[in-house]
Design a protein around this ligand. Structure first.
Ligand code: ATP
Ligand code: MG
Length: 566
C-alpha cells in the first residue's frame, strides 16, 4: 500500500475519555473511530488487525474440527422468553419491534439461537459430538461502555457451542477448546493465564477464563507463587491462612461497647485481632421480581466478594443499603450479629463454621458478645462469600496467593443441559430414549483482543504490534522523496516484498522525515526500512519497533534480511 493513497487518518488528538494506552493509540493511529458511546468504526488498519485475529481463530478452529456457521444478528425475543433469559439479561438486551409488531433482540450471545438451529436437525447420538462456531458482531447495551474496544456496546465475538451425548465427551471437548484457545493467544504473542472463573447463575462446574495479563485489566486474579493455580477473585478459593493470631481469653459474655461500631473500633477496644471479630455486611439482594435485605457475616479481617454473595443468595444482583433501611426493619447498624437475630436472612462465611473466641454485635445498641462459639447457631446457612487475601494459602498446594490484573479475552464454559432442557432440544440415545443435549460454550472477544494486544505491547510513542497481528509487517520509508536514487530503491524493494507476500507500506509522502517516523512509531509497524542519506554509501537502515534498534545494512542484503525477520 502506498501511504500517499492510504486512508490512515493518524492524529495528535487523543480521545477526550481516553484513559488506556490501547484506546488512545488505536484512535490516534487511525485504527478505529468512535461513532457514539461504545460504538466504533474500524478503519482500514483496524479492519486488517481484526482479520488477522479472525484468521488465526479460524485456522485453530478448523484444526479442532469446529465448523463455522453464521447466525442472524437479529434474534426473535420468543427464544429469549423460552430460555428465561429475557429478564436475566435485563437492560443489556436491545429490543425492538418490526413492522408487524413482532419483538426482536439484537444478539448479545447466541446460545438460544444455536440450540434452536440444532434442535430437530440433530436427532441421534450418532450425529454427536458437534462443535459449531461463528465470528460475529454482538450487541450488549452495557451500563458503562468504556476504554475503547475493551468494553464496547457493539463488539465482535467468536462464539462456539458444542453438543454431546455424555459428560465425558463434553470434558474432552472442553479440554480441546482450552488448548486451541491457548494456541491462539500464543500465536498472537500474548502473555496470559488461564484461570478458574465464576460459573454465575447458570451454575455448572467447569468455567475458565483466559486472562491477558495487564495492569490496566478490569479483573483481579489470584495466582499461586508455587503451582499453576489461578482464579478470578470472583471464584478464587483458599485452603487456610498463613498465620492465625493468638486467641483472646474471655468467658462468654454480653459486653457494654459504647459507640464501638467498626471492626477497627473493636480491635482497639478489646485489643484483639480482626480475625476474632465478626463483620456484618448488609445488602439489598435483587431477584427477578423482588428484593430483600440479606446479612452477610464474615471474619472482620475478610471482605465480602460480591459475585460470591450473589451466587450464595441465588440472586441476580446485590446493591448497597442505607442505615435507615436497616433501622426500618429493626436492625441496629454497628451492632448487628448472627445470634438471636430474625429480622433478615443470613449468609455466613464458611470460615466461621465452628469458629470460637469470636466477638460479634449483640443486636442491641452499644452491646457486643464476646467469646462466641459459632456452633451454637446450629443449622445456619454457610457459603463461601469471602474474597481471598494476598498471602492466603493456595487451595492446591502450600504456595501463597498473590493478586495480579487481567483482561478477560476468552471464557469457556461447561453448560450442561441448562439450555437444551429449557428449549427442549433432544436427541435419541442408544436405547431410543430422548435426552437433552449436553453442551459447552466457548467465547473469545475478537475486538477486545485488539485492545488487549496494545495494552500489553506499547510504549509512550504508540503501538508495538506483534508479528501475527500487525496490520502491515514492513514500512518502507523514503527519507527524501526528491532523491531519485532513494525512490528507485524503495520502489524496487516494495515490489519485491509485495511479490514475496510480505505486507508492506511504502511511505512515499512528501512530509518531513521526523514527522513520518513519528507516524510509523504511532502505528507500530514491526519493521521500518529507512532509505536515507547513507544510501550514498550503499547502506540503508532497518528499524525494529519492538527493541527500538536501528541497524545499518547494505542495500543488496536488505531484502533477504527482512525475509529472515518475517
Ligand atoms: P465481562 O465480564 O468483561 O463483562 P462477560 O463475562 O460478560 O465479560 P462473556 O459473556 O463471557 O463476557 O463473553 C465472551 C467474551 O466476549 C469475553 O470473554 C470478552 O472477551 C468478550 N466481551 C464481552 N463483553 C464485551 C464488551 N462489552 N466489549 C468487548 N468484548 C466483550
Ligand atoms: Mg465471561
Amino acid at each position: 500500500m502506498r501511504r500517499s493513497k492510504a486512508f490512515i487518518p493518524t492524529t495528535k488528538e487523543a480521545p477526550s475519555d481516553g484513559q488506556l494506552a490501547s484506546h488512545i493509540f488505536l484512535s490516534r493511529g487511525g485504527f478505529v473511530s468512535q461513532v457514539a458511546s461504545g460504538l466504533y468504526n474500524y478503519m482500514p488498519l483496524g479492519k486488517r488487525v481484526i482479520k488477522k485475529i479472525e484468521n488465526i481463530i479460524n485456522e485453530e478452529m478448523q484444526l479442532a474440527d469446529a465448523q463455522e456457521v453464521e447466525l442472524s444478528f437479529v434474534t426473535p425475543a420468543d427464544l429469549w422468553q423460552e430460555s428465561g433469559r429475557i429478564e436475566k439479561f435485563g437492560k443489556e438486551l436491545l429490543r425492538f419491534r418490526d413492522r408487524k409488531e413482532n419483538l426482536f433482540v439484537l444478539g448479545p450471545t447466541h446460545e438460544e439461537m444455536m440450540v434452536d438451529m440444532v434442535r430437530n436437525r440433530i436427532t441421534s447420538y450418532k450425529q454427536l459430538p458437534i462443535n459449531l462456531y461463528q465470528i460475529k458482531t454482538k450487541f450488549r447495551d452495557e451500563a458503562r461502555p468504556r476504554f475503547g474496544l475493551m468494553r464496547g456496546r457493539e463488539f465482535i465475538m467468536k462464539d462456539g457451542y458444542s453438543f454431546h451425548s455424555s459428560q465425558e465427551d463434553l470434558n474432552r471437548e472442553f479440554d480441546a477448546m482450552e488448548s486451541a484457545y491457548k494456541k491462539i493467544l500464543i500465536r498472537l504473542g500474548l502473555d496470559f493465564r488461564i484461570v478458574e472463573a465464576d460459573s454465575g447463575a447458570i451454575g455448572g462446574t467447569g468455567s475458565k477464563e483466559l486472562m491477558v495479563l495487564a495492569q490496566s485489566g478490569e479483573d483481579t486474579i489470584a495466582v499461586c507463587d508455587t503451582c499453576e493455580y489461578g482464579a478470578n477473585v470472583e471464584a478464587a478459593k483458599r485452603s487456610g491462612r498463613s498465620s492465625i493470631p493468638e486467641a483472646p481469653v474471655a468467658d462468654f459474655n454480653k459486653f457494654k461497647t459504647p459507640n464501638i461500631k467498626s471492626i477497627e473500633d473493636l480491635e482497639n477496644f478489646f485489643k484483639v485481632d480482626a480475625y476474632y471479630t465478626i463483620k456484618c455486611v448488609a445488602k439489598r439482594v435483587i431477584y427477578e421480581e423482588e428484593s430483600e435485605i440479606v446479612l452477610f457475616f464474615l471474619r472482620g479481617c475478610d471482605n465480602l466478594q460480591e459475585v460470591k454473595a450473589v451466587n450464595a443468595a441465588g440472586a441476580l444482583d446485590i446493591a448497597d443499603l442505607s442505615e435507615e433501611e436497616l433501622q426500618e426493619i429493626g436492625l441496629i447498624p454497628g451492632f448487628i450479629g448472627p445470634l438471636e437475630q430474625d429480622k433478615a436472612k443470613h449468609v455466613i462465611d464458611n470460615d466461621l463454621i465452628n469458629a470460637v473466641n469470636m466477638i460479634c454485635g449483640a443486636n442491641e445498641e452499644d452491646y457486643h458478645y464476646v467469646n462466641v462459639d459459632m456452633s451454637v447457631l446450629g443449622e445456619a446457612y454457610y457459603a463461601d462469600i469471602a474474597e481471598v487475601n494476598e498471602g492466603d494459602i493456595c487451595p492446591c498446594c502450600n504456595g501463597k496467593l498473590s493478586f495480579t490484573k487481567g483482561i478477560e479475552v476468552g471464557h469457556i464454559f461447561k453448560l450442561g443441559t441448562t439450555y437444551s432442557k429449557a428449549l427442549k432440544a433432544e436427541y435419541l440415545d442408544e436405547n431410543g430414549k430422548a435426552q437433552p443435549f449436553i453442551m459447552g460454550t466457548y467465547g473469545m472477544g475478537v475486538s477486545r483482543l485488539v485492545a488487549a494486544i496494545i495494552e500489553q505491547h506499547h510504549d509512550e510513542n504508540g503501538c508495538i504490534w506483534t508479528k501475527e497481528a500487525a496490520p502491515y509487517m514492513v514500512n518502507i520509508m523514503i527519507s527524501n522523496i526528491k532523491d531519485t536514487e532513494q525512490v528507485e530503491l524503495a520502489e524496487e524493494l516494495y515490489a519485491k516484498l509485495q511479490e514475496a507476500g510480505v505486507e508492506t507500506v511504502l511511505d512515499d509522502r512528501k512530509d518531513r522525515f521526523g514527522f513520518k517516523m513519528k507516524d510509523a512509531e504511532l502505528i507500530g509497524f514491526p519493521y521500518t526500512v529507512i532509505i536515507g542519506k547513507e544510501l550514498a554509501n550503499g547502506l540503508v537502515q532497518i528499524y525494529e519497533r519492538k527493541s527500538g534498534e536501528n541497524s545499518s545494512i547494505s542495500k543488496e542484503l536488505v531484502f533477504s534480511q527482512i525475509m529472515k525477520f518475517v
